[in-house]
Design a protein around this ligand. Structure first.
Ligand SMILES: Cc1cc2nc3c(=O)[nH]c(=O)nc-3n(C[C@H](O)[C@H](O)[C@H](O)COP(=O)(O)OP(=O)(O)OC[C@H]3O[C@@H](n4cnc5c(N)ncnc54)[C@H](O)[C@@H]3O)c2cc1C
Length: 440
């Protein structure tokens, strides 16, 4: 029921993360109710007829099916915690679906004579429809008249990959969108969610194809490079969607090993048939904030990069309120800058960028002998970790309009941003916090 296509997400106007949390807590409550229901029946039965009475009742379909359904729910409770999901997500997911189907089978038998069966049938119908709808979305984006979806994967320093996707049915891209990616030759039954870090399918500003890319290691301040506006419909057909994927231990690790070990004519680069499903998300706009702070650690930058582009374009077009945009990105080493180098060059080339955008890069594991040099006044590189509270307090003092803060990071940085936002709120600063955690 926690599928991303659940219509309740839109009806309640909540994020998928919040919906997922509701799913987990409603699930726990249902299990508690099932256990309480079973215990109450057992206590009453033992009091009336002793354990012999319980034993006899178990021969009837109503009671054995109810007990089996409760047992199934209890197993789900122990199979679903975060520790299992992190250990092996697919084991959790397919195990969860299997256990729910078996438990619902027994529940059906248990409710056969009761009007509540209608609720169960409605639940199963909603689930099956959403699954079918997800598969239809995948088929629509993956196969079409102009061929099938392809993923070109390039191994990058810092155990990451840049994935460029082409689809027979492109869509108009919005900041904050994500999608599911399956690469059948790496893992047929594994669909993984990733943020779309960049796309040329947004009808916005787009860099002229005649412009040469710089090969400098760190980003250069190249505001003078030409920019073209809008995209022709035939260009839209060739639109690409790019991801940056950090190699972990499952499918992403396997993909990275395969690509990094490729020593064919194009070393460190391979093209695969892929299946994509989406796009999802992209409903949180930062356009109404006069001051925007975007925090990211590591690969969390994929969520923030499109917002920077959108806000700068909007500033030039006069369609957003943003007057001050600050990106704070914490990475372990300067290698990580390579992940987004081509896109950052485009951003640094957008007109009037210096008036609005400030970038602060924190290199958390820089060696003492490694030189850390800021490319310019508006693009700074600093050794160590960000002092989030000081940064946010400074921005709150100088802010124009409301302050919108977005963080995409695991653990530490997200906690610090949340704490600093609370402190600002307690001082009556007009601040909104948006969090993306890259996990559920
Ligand atoms: C909305 C969203 C956007 C994301 N964007 C990016 C991105 O731009 N770049 C990036 O590198 N990562 C991103 N992630 C995280 C990415 O989905 C996981 O790192 C990836 O699925 C790990 O795959 P694996 O098999 O190598 O995982 P494992 O090494 O097996 O597990 C690593 C972690 O990923 C989680 N995970 C594994 N499979 C899934 C799955 N199918 N769905 C959800 N979580 C899963 C596990 O619970 C575990 O915590 C995003 C996640 C979400 C939810």
């Amino acid at each position: 029921m926690a599928t991303i296509k659940n219509p309740l997400i839109e009806l309640l106007d909540i994020s998928y993360d919040t919906f997922n949390m509701m799913h987990r807590w409603l699930g726990r409550l249902s299990i508690l109710q099932a256990v309480a229901h079973t215990l109450c029946w057992t206590i009453a039965k033992v009091q009336q007829k002793g354990w012999e009475g319980v034993n006899q009742s178990l021969h009837g379909q109503l009671i054995y099916s109810g007990l089996a359904a409760t047992l199934g729910f209890v197993i789900i409770f122990f199979q679903a915690p975060k520790v299992v999901r992190s250990w092996a997500y697919e084991v959790f997911l397919y195990g969860h679906i299997f256990l729910v189907l078996v438990s619902f089978g027994f529940l059906w038998l248990h409710l056969k004579e009761f009007p509540q069966l209608g609720f169960l049938i409605a639940t199963i119908a909603v689930w099956a429809t959403m699954r079918a709808w997800r598969f239809a979305t995948l088929a629509y984006r993956t196969w079409g008249g102009r061929g099938r979806c392809q993923a070109t994967v390039e191994a990058l320093p810092g155990d990451a990959m840049r994935v460029t996707l082409t689809t027979p049915r492109p869509w108009k891209y919005r900041s904050g969108q994500s999608m599911y990616l399956t690469i059948p030759s790496i893992g047929l039954f594994t669909a993984h969610p990733f943020s779309i870090a960049w796309s040329d399918a947004d009808h916005g500003l787009s860099r002229s194809k005649t412009v040469k890319r710089s090969n400098t290691k760190v980003w250069s301040d190249d505001e003078k490079r030409p920019i073209v506006r809008g995209r022709e419909p035939e260009e839209m057909e060739k639109a690409t969607y790019s991801l940056v994927i950090k190699a972990r231990t499952g499918m992403t690790g396997k993909l990275y090993d395969r690509v990094a070990r490729n020593d064919g004519p194009d070393p460190g680069k391979m093209t695969f048939n892929a299946c994509i499903e989406g796009p999802y998300g992209g409903d949180r706009s930062m356009a109404s904030y006069g001051t925007v702070m975007l925090f990211a650690s590591g690969v969390g930058i994929t969520h923030q990069i499109p917002y920077i582009k959108q806000l700068l374009e909007g500033y030039n077009d006069g369609t957003v309120a943003a007057r001050r945009v600050t990106l704070v990105w914490a990475v372990t080493s300067t290698d990580c800058l390579e992940w987004i180098r081509p896109w950052m060059h485009e951003i640094l080339g957008i007109e009037n960028r210096r008036d609005v955008l400030k970038i602060i890069l924190y290199i958390t594991r820089a060696g003492l002998t490694q030189p850390i040099k800021s490319p310019s006044e508006t693009v700074k590189m600093v050794r160590g970790r960000p002092d989030v509270q000081s940064l946010m307090e400074a921005e709150a003092r100088e802010k124009v309009g409301a302050l919108g803060v977005s963080v995409c990071s695991g653990g530490g940085l997200a906690d610090e941003v949340r704490r600093a936002a609370r402190i600002l709120l307690s001082r009556s600063v007009n601040v909104d916090l948006i969090e993306e955690g890259f996990g559920w």
